[in-house]
Structure formats: C-alpha cells, structure tokens
Design a binder for this molecule. Structure first.
Ligand code: CP
Length: 301
C-alpha cells in the first residue's frame, strides 16, 4: 500500500481493507505516537466538511505530522483561474500526501494522475468517499464482531450519496444482503445494481421505511444531498422522505446499530441519540483511528 493513492474503495483489495481495519484497532488503543514526524499532509477541500477534514487533521496531529491546506477554495488561487492540475502539481512540492475533496466526479482520480505524491479522495461529487467507507467498515466490524453475511439497510439519498456507493462496493467482499430504501427519485443508480448482480449479491428495493427493519443488523441512514440537486423543487419534495424515530426501533434486533456518515439534517430524530443502538457519533470518532491507519500505510510507516 506504500505510495498507493486511494481514489476508489476498489483501489484496495479485501486483504488491504482488512489490514487498514486491524491497524485502526491498534491506533484506537494507542492514538498518540510520533511516527509522522517530519511529514507534511495537505488537505485541499474545495467543498465544505467538518468530520473528514478535521479527523484527517486530528489523525496527523496525533501522530506528530504537520498539516497544510485550505478548507475553503475561495481562499485558494483557483478563484484566480488556476487549474486543478497546476494546484496539485504545486502542492505536491509542499507535501508528502494530498487529501482532496472536490465537487466534480473524477477530480480525485485526475489529481492522483498528475500528483507527484499519493492522493486520498475525501469525496468527489456523488461518486466515492473511500475513507468514509473504511471507517464505516471499522464501525460495522466493531459493533457486529464480523463483516460477513450482514443485513444492511441503507436509507435516504442513494442516488447522490457517495458514502453509499463506496460502502456498497466494499461490503460486496463480505456477502452482505442489501436493502435499499429511498424515494423513487433517489433510487440506487443502475450501475450499482449491475455491480451487485455481477457479484451475485442479493438486494431489495423499497420506498417505505416502516415495518421492514426488524431483520436489520445495520441501518445506514443518509442525508438528502441538497448540494447535488439541479432543481430545488425536487429537493423540497424528497428532503423529509424518511425520519427515523426512536419508537420505530422497538422490536429490532439487539445487535442492530444505526450508522450515519453525518452531517444529519432531519433524517434521524434526536430522540434516537440516547438509544444504545445509535452509533453515529462513535462512528465519527472511529474516523480518526481509521485515517491514522490509512495515512501510515500509504506513507509506509
Ligand atoms: N461524513 C462526512 O463526509 O462528513 P463531512 O462532510 O463533515 O466531512
């Protein structure tokens, strides 16, 4: 994995994914170390972020490295017309690793092709968010003691939700059964269903959320991605399609955990937060350990 970019979750084999998760477990036991001393990581965020950017920065700081970068592209020379290629080639000179979030699908792949250092995709449009997926897998394994043969219920914006797309692909290594719950406008795109068909995996699609979650091991709730809609009326129609309430968790399995990549808008009622099955804030914490593991493996430390 040394010097390898992470653009799509499919860039890592099953064995590499499991290696990340095992190492993340070691960082959870011992998160403060000085293995990144002398290393510089650049975080280039052309889109807003709280968890991804700050957990990357926390991960680097706790390992003794240094962070450079921007959290708002308006403060970068892209506003003066600099191309992504020139930005990446320049930042390659200043850093050992680049973490990029960008609204355009394929931009991270392009950055990886022009950079002189490894690149990590921190979200490219509606395409992929592979480090989120690795922390999701870490969270699923930690709460279920396995990744194999789980009933995975994925709720919300399955069309634009990049975390859904990369999670779906990663869970294909572990024989998941998928239950997709979305408004018809935000269904899982055909290309992902084709992927599941090619892997011989079972999936079911629903538009109604009630009365179907009693078999769930994981419910993965997602926000309707307002920023991806070209028509604001379409967003208004779908934004409150599903709201998970505490009362709906009665009769669910004891091992069920509720995950959400966050940020949350309305799709999980705050009355779920105190339920022992709510795991989304710990999931966000797991992002630090998982990103420590990813960075140290890519930098070969
Ligand atoms: N999960 C996630 O990507 O959150 P942020 O947008 O806050 O980084």
């Amino acid at each position: 994995m040394k010097n390898k970019s992470l653009i799509s979750i499919n860039d890592f084999t099953k064995e590499e994914i499991l290696r990340v998760l095992d190492l993340a477990g070691e960082f959870e036991q011992n998160p403060v170390q000085s293995i990144l001393e002398g290393k510089v990581v650049a975080t280039l965020f052309f889109e807003p972020s709280t968890r991804t950017r700050l957990s990357f920065e926390s991960a680097v700081n706790r390992l003794g490295g240094k962070i450079i970068g921007f959290s708002d592209s308006a403060s970068s020379s892209s506003t003066k017309g600099e191309s992504l290629k020139d930005t990446i080639k320049t930042v390659s000179n200043y850093s050992d690793l680049i973490v990029i979030r960008h609204p355009i699908e394929g931009s991270a792949r392009y950055a990886g092709e022009v950079a002189a250092v490894p690149v990590i995709n921190a979200g490219d449009g509606a395409n992929q968010h592979p480090t989120q997926t690795l922390l999701d897998l870490y969270s699923i394994r930690k709460t279920q003691q396995t990744l194999e043969n789980l009933n995975l219920f994925i709720v919300g914006d399955l069309k634009y939700g990049r975390t859904v797309h990369s999670l779906l692909m990663a869970m294909a290594h572990f024989n998941a059964t998928y239950h997709f719950i979305s408004p018809k406008e935000l269904r899982i795109p055909q290309e992902y269903k084709l992927f599941l068909d090619q892997h011989g995996l079972k999936y079911h699609e629903y538009t109604d959320f009630k009365d179907i979650i009693s078999d769930a091991d994981i419910i993965y709730v997602t926000r309707v991605q307002k920023e991806r809609f070209s028509d604001p009326i379409e967003y208004e129609k779908t934004k409150n399609a599903y709201i998970l309430k505490n009362s709906m968790l009665q009769g669910t399995k004891g091992n069920l955990r509720i995950l959400h990549p966050l940020p949350r808008v309305n799709e999980i009622s705050v009355d779920v937060d105190d339920n022992e099955k709510a795991y989304y804030f710990t999931q966000a914490l797991n992002g630090v350990y998982t990103r420590q593991a990813i960075i140290s493996l890519i930098l070969g430390l």
